[in-house]
Ligand binder design. Sequence first.
Ligand SMILES: Nc1ncnc2c1ncn2[C@@H]1O[C@H](COP(=O)(O)OP(=O)(O)OP(=O)(O)O)[C@@H](O)[C@H]1O
Ligand SMILES: Nc1ncnc2c1ncn2[C@@H]1O[C@H](COP(=O)(O)OP(=O)(O)OP(=O)(O)O)[C@@H](O)[C@H]1O
Ligand SMILES: [Mg+2]
Ligand SMILES: [Mg+2]
Lengths: 159, 159, 156, 156
Amino acid sequence: LKLRQLEVQGFKSFVDKTKIELKEDLLIVVGPNGSGKSNIADCILWAIGEQSAKSLRGAKMQDVIFHGTKKRPAAGSAEVFLLFEKEDGQKIRVGRRLNRNGDSSYVIDDSNVRLKDIHEFCYRNNISVQGSYLVEQGRVEKMLALSPQERKSLFEEVA
Amino acid sequence: LKLRQLEVQGFKSFVDKTKIELKEDLLIVVGPNGSGKSNIADCILWAIGEQSAKSLRGAKMQDVIFHGTKKRPAAGSAEVFLLFEKEDGQKIRVGRRLNRNGDSSYVIDDSNVRLKDIHEFCYRNNISVQGSYLVEQGRVEKMLALSPQERKSLFEEVA
Amino acid sequence: IKARYIEAYEEVNKNFTELFKVVFDGGEAYLKLEDPENPLESGIEIFAQPPGKKVVHNIQLSGGESALVALTLLFAILSYRPQPFFLLDEVDAPLDDANIENVFSKLLLQFSQKAQFIVISHNKRTMALGDAIYGVTMEETGISKIVSVSLREVSA
Amino acid sequence: IKARYIEAYEEVNKNFTELFKVVFDGGEAYLKLEDPENPLESGIEIFAQPPGKKVVHNIQLSGGESALVALTLLFAILSYRPQPFFLLDEVDAPLDDANIENVFSKLLLQFSQKAQFIVISHNKRTMALGDAIYGVTMEETGISKIVSVSLREVSA
Ligand SMILES: Nc1ncnc2c1ncn2[C@@H]1O[C@H](COP(=O)(O)OP(=O)(O)OP(=O)(O)O)[C@@H](O)[C@H]1O
Ligand SMILES: Nc1ncnc2c1ncn2[C@@H]1O[C@H](COP(=O)(O)OP(=O)(O)OP(=O)(O)O)[C@@H](O)[C@H]1O
Ligand SMILES: [Mg+2]
Ligand SMILES: [Mg+2]
């Protein structure tokens, strides 16, 4: 499975509809401090079902919605779509939406699904629901810093 | 007050007697990963009275003593002396020793003193006993991450 | 399913031990069970010792050493269980130039053949490794845009 | 002594607000009391907003932005209360090149006139600022040695 496209709108600093192709296997994301690089990681984490607002650097889940700048008003909702491609060429689109009053929805291809279906998609494709594919900024030592039990549950997910 | 000289022996990776002059006001410490740069910061922290082994990246205080390598046996004790110079030229030597069985001593110039005298020296010279002169590796955001009460006690020390 | 966990633990342990020697050019590392009597319940601990050094507590490892140990374990797990992608956010920040050039670069090039890697970095050497660079900008304050530059021909 | 605390809080707050505008080339920042009714008991909170942006929670600030805010407060305190020395261990790791060159460098040069700074860094630009470089090596595995190179004439 490869991540081939990212579509974002209203998610953190990506207020305008942003669609990027990810054709390659080793992609380097660069840019000045505060430009939005870690926000891209947050997009991906969120779209495949992250439930902890804190893991997304917020207090409540609505904090991922673009909250406005001096010149632009806040957005009413956030949405992220990830386009995956399987080895046989089959494409799968996984998406998530959230609006300010808390209504949220998950999408796989053209169907509305529940969070557990997103997690099912992750299990089937070896995407860690615990998010162990992500090494967050400032937390590269995480693997070493985990408690022995936390490390065990990571291994259980792998097995 | 300026730090003019550092003498170390048996402290972490500085097993051999090391004496370095610090004549300048802006000193950059460089070197490969694992060479001992952060250990220098630990030296200074320890010599002026740090009481928490955890703050010195150990489990117990004896962990600061050189614990040996494949080729060298462990040291029996650690000692660090800091030579300070006041604006009027007066020199003050502050030191600390610890051996494996836990005996420790503090020194100011030629006298054995107690920890509270080291803290007194710090107070008189505006050296934070809470260690707020140190920004540890990986913890540059510390000031922001502190709880409001922790930040208050830092301000109290400053006042 | 319990057998799968034991197999995973032992395979990853083997990968970790071997990869560590490559990453650190020697030394010794392995995983160990907190409670060997109870492998299915036991937590997993890490023993990691760079060449020639003695490590009493892992917290004594330097920032750069810890980063490399953590990455080694991450890649050891990937060697056992394929995963589609990884997101690495400024993992090279604590590494010195030699480790970025000789160790991190080689790891990224090797393992990006096994999974897709999205790597956020401020480091020029890391940037030079990519198949493509995605530049994030904020021309309009507070609003992010992405521009991508492909560095290599991508075969179909 | 209570009056000293209030004075310290207000002076540092003023320094912080001014220095932030220099560091971020605009924007707004200040300290605020959790409980303004009880200033002597109250915790101290930070409001920090880079220019043009809106900040709802400080945890939303980026790694580089947070580092600069924290350093700004540290220096704001130094501007109020002289302290003999600071130890900064790889504080430039999260900063991009422009921030190291235009912001961090200027702060270090300015404040090393007020206190002695011992700065650990892997960054070439930071190294170039020093009055002296102290190189730490481990020729014999596990054993540290220091070599110093003075970059400037030190006046008596
Ligand atoms: N909900 C939101 N709405 C609008 N802007 C937001 C929101 N959440 C975060 N931001 C902004 O996004 C910016 C941070 O972006 P991000 O963490 O991705 O930066 P970065 O490129 O990773 O920078 P660094 O190199 O410093 O780590 C902050 O300036 C923050 O104000
Ligand atoms: N008590 C001790 N005895 C001997 N060696 C020790 C002791 N405590 C720590 N060390 C060694 O010191 C080394 C770490 O040194 P330090 O943290 O100063 O590195 P560093 O130069 O800051 O590296 P980095 O750039 O990666 O942060 C480790 O390899 C560790 O094994
Ligand atoms: Mg970031
Ligand atoms: Mg270090």
